[in-house]
Design a binder for this molecule. Structure first.
Ligand code: ADP
Ligand code: MG
Length: 481
């Protein structure tokens, strides 16, 4: 009988693969560099030649621990590598070295915002494994080639619990994991190069019912693709079930051009892989000293930094987001904010003038023509009333062009005119020269005040304090009624 109508709920769990940022492969000294001539970065271990023995890359272990500690995993003090067998041309040994029963990191969680709602999603495990090589199909000749440069590069597989309930959850979660591995320097996260990709597992059920049969969408290397692939796959499974059919457990691929998932192969069960501990590799013992040392070096994570910027500097979520786009930008902001009264003003200057200038000049913040201390000095001059915002913009242009210090600029151009008497005199002079505009104002057309302010600023070469000019002008106009 076909189930009809009523709500369906999606159940999603991602397995994310991130390539670790090591110089050499996980079990040998061959380099991990990308884009080299095919089969350049190979050796007997990569090729799986008989007698070649793997030696574990210490850095890969440290990076996995770094990630595990950052996301609250338990670090297993004794983890183990296993052989996962399957036959594919890009896997020379006929097995992949992975971790199965004893992964290095167990549990943990990822917190992220989904459409403005904070959610925390549990992790099952994070384990170490080697990547496979690449099959390259040449449509012109119809031949297939094998490039083993990538074979043996170190990966962490981050296995999430099946706790995501929508494509939006999945995209936000994947972005959060990406942001974390990049911020930690655990992976470069380059998605075009396939250094960060996921297998998306998805099933549907009636809310509260046991999990349904899942399909697994393999090797998705874009946030947008994950969202689209899951939308499609959820709708497909619901349609199958509503027509009275059954979802087949299988591996599917996402074809973004066609906008569909396609069946690739039946899903293996764990026993199909004939896992067993790899006798060539020792148990990985991790001691407390190593864990403590790695923990001591953990940086603040991007999300924590965003929230801290909102709370301790009173910034909007948007500003905090823009200012934490990179560690360099965040520390630049903190350096400026530390030297001024109003952090919001610091944020405005960085997000406005400074970023616009860097953009125009095609420069990174690291190469900013205006150091943080100089910008702070400029903003402090505005806050102290020495210069107006308008003058500050001129000063900033000079700082960019000639590297002039704000104090030197003020010395040369003079500060802002705040002397009541001087402003009054300039106002009276302008009013005397503008009888028509005065009459207009007095007849109720108050907009003309903008013109009069402009004239006074002109008279004072832009140096009069604009708020004072405004107030004095109004008072003098009223006096002429
Ligand atoms: P494997 O895919 O290697 O067999 P697991 O069975 O441990 O490994 O599951 C892998 C992923 O599938 C996990 O991220 C998990 O959250 C997710 N998953 C498991 N069961 C379901 C289900 N019924 N629906 C959706 N996702 C699921
Ligand atoms: Mg899987």
């Amino acid at each position: 009988m076909a189930a009809s109508g009523g709500a369906w709920e999606a159940v999603i769990g991602l397995e994310i693969h991130a390539q670790l940022a090591t110089e050499s492969k996980i079990f040998c000294g061959a380099p991990t560099s990308f884009g080299d001539a095919p089969n350049l970065n190979i050796d007997p271990v990569t090729l799986g030649l008989p007698g070649a023995l793997p030696v574990l890359n210490r850095r890969a272990v440290e990076l996995a621990i770094r990630l595990g500690l950052a996301v609250g995993s338990r670090i297993d003090r004794a983890s183990r590598f296993a052989r996962k067998h399957y036959f594919y041309p890009d896997l020379p040994k006929g097995y992949q070295i992975s971790q199965f029963e004893e992964p290095i990191c167990v549990g943990g969680q990822i917190t992220c915002d989904v459409d403005g709602v904070e959610k925390t999603f549990g992790l099952t495990r994070i384990h170490l494994e080697e990547d496979a090589g690449k099959n390259v199909h040449d449509p012109k000749t119809g031949r297939s080639y094998i490039d083993l440069n990538r074979a043996g590069t170190p990966l962490v597989e981050i296995v999430g619990e099946p706790v995501l309930r929508s494509p939006a959850d999945a995209v936000a979660y994947m972005k959060a994991v990406h942001e974390i591995v990049v911020a930690l320097g655990v992976s470069d996260g380059n998605m075009e190069q396939g250094n960060f990709r996921c297998d998306a597992n998805v099933s549907v059920r009636r809310p509260g019912a046991p999990f349904g049969t899942r399909t697994e969408i393999k090797n998705v290397n874009s946030f947008r693709f994950v969202g689209r692939a899951l939308e499609y796959e959820i709708a497909r499974q619901i349609a199958v079930l509503e027509e009275g059919g059954a979802v087949v457990q299988e591996t599917r691929g996402w074809d973004d051009d066609a906008g569909v998932t396609r069946s690739q192969r039946g899903k293996e069960e764990a026993h199909d892989y004939r896992y067993f501990p790899d006798p060539d590799l020792m148990v990985v013992h991790v001691d407390e000293a190593l864990i403590d040392a790695i923990r001591a070096e953990l940086p603040e994570l991007p999300r924590a930094r965003r929230l801290r910027f909102e709370h301790s500097y009173g910034l909007s979520a948007y500003d905090a987001d823009v200012l934490t786009q990179s560690p360099a930008r965040a520390s630049y902001f903190e350096a400026v904010a530390g030297g001024v009264k109003d952090p919001k003003l610091a944020a405005n200057w960085i997000m406005g003038e400074l970023l616009a200038t860097l953009n125009r000049e095609g420069k990174d913040l690291e190469a900013s023509p205006v150091p943080a201390a100089a910008l702070a000095e400029l903003i402090a001059l505005i806050e102290g009333g020495t210069i107006s915002s308008k003058m500050a913009k001129d000063c900033f242009s000079a700082m960019v062009a000639d590297g002039v210090a704000p104090a030197a600029w003020v010395k040369q151009h003079g500060g802002q005119i705040t002397d009541e008497g001087a402003i009054q005199a300039a106002v009276e002079a302008v009013l005397d020269q503008s009888p028509a505009q005065v009459a207009e104002f007095l007849s109720g057309k108050e907009k003309v005040i903008g013109y009069l302010v402009g004239q006074v600023m002109r008279q004072t070469r832009g140096k009069a304090n604009p708020q004072q000019v405004n107030a004095v002008l109004r008072a003098s106009l009223e006096a002429r009624r």
